[in-house]
Design a protein around this ligand. Structure first.
Ligand code: SF4
Ligand code: SF4
Length: 181
């Protein structure tokens, strides 16, 4: 999927999608959660000019919609996934339990989405090489949003993540293959 990017926004030191997202292409296969061997930490792609087409068109929603700088995935620990957006679903892929999860920024943004009728899903990674767990949590979060209660929202968020962490993560079956160069 290719969405129009914000003109004044760049990935900077973030490389989270080069770790989190699986690829299974003839020239590049990497399991879920494995940092691509072509990626240099805090710098980015070392094969930028010849990177696969999938890498050219995949961007998290922080590159697409007006979210604050705190939302950048390496800072927030959250990748806002682009898949599902056409169907009115926004998925927060929570890579780690950062302080950002307790921020008013996150609460107010998610509350705004729910108020607009957007469905919100949470997702967490499992061990490297397994599919993530995911669940739509709109109705579970809604009471905290409607009450304007950030503490209850955080409690509900954490309980959802705890539940997802207990998921029976299944292997993604991807065998690493690095043949771009
Ligand atoms: S996760 Fe988003 S901000 Fe980070 S490198 Fe990927 S597209 Fe850029
Ligand atoms: S080829 Fe480059 S852009 Fe694609 S996953 Fe690897 S480091 Fe990231």
């Amino acid at each position: 999927m290719s969405l129009p990017l914000l003109p004044d926004r760049a990935c900077g030191a973030c490389v989270e999608c080069c770790r989190a997202i699986p690829l299974n292409l003839p020239e590049l296969a990497k399991p879920t959660g494995e940092l691509c061997a072509y990626c240099v930490e805090a710098t980015g792609c070392s094969v930028h000019a010849v990177r696969p087409q999938t890498c050219r068109i995949w961007f998290c929603l922080w590159r697409v919609v007006e979210l604050s700088d705190d939302w950048r995935p390496d800072r927030s620990g959250v990748i806002v996934r682009p898949d599902g957006i056409e169907d009115g679903v926004i998925t927060l892929y929570v890579l780690r339990r950062s302080d950002f999860l307790a921020s008013i920024d996150l609460f107010a943004t998610v509350a705004g989405w729910i108020a607009e009728g957007v469905e919100v899903a949470l997702s967490v990674p499992g061990p490297v090489g397994t599919y993530p767990a995911r669940a739509v949590v709109t109705d579970w979060l809604r009471p905290a949003v409607e009450e304007g209660d950030p503490a209850d929202f955080l409690d509900r968020l954490m309980r959802s993540l705890d539940r997802l962490d207990r998921h029976d993560f299944q292997p993604d079956g991807v065998v690493a293959r690095y043949a771009v160069v």
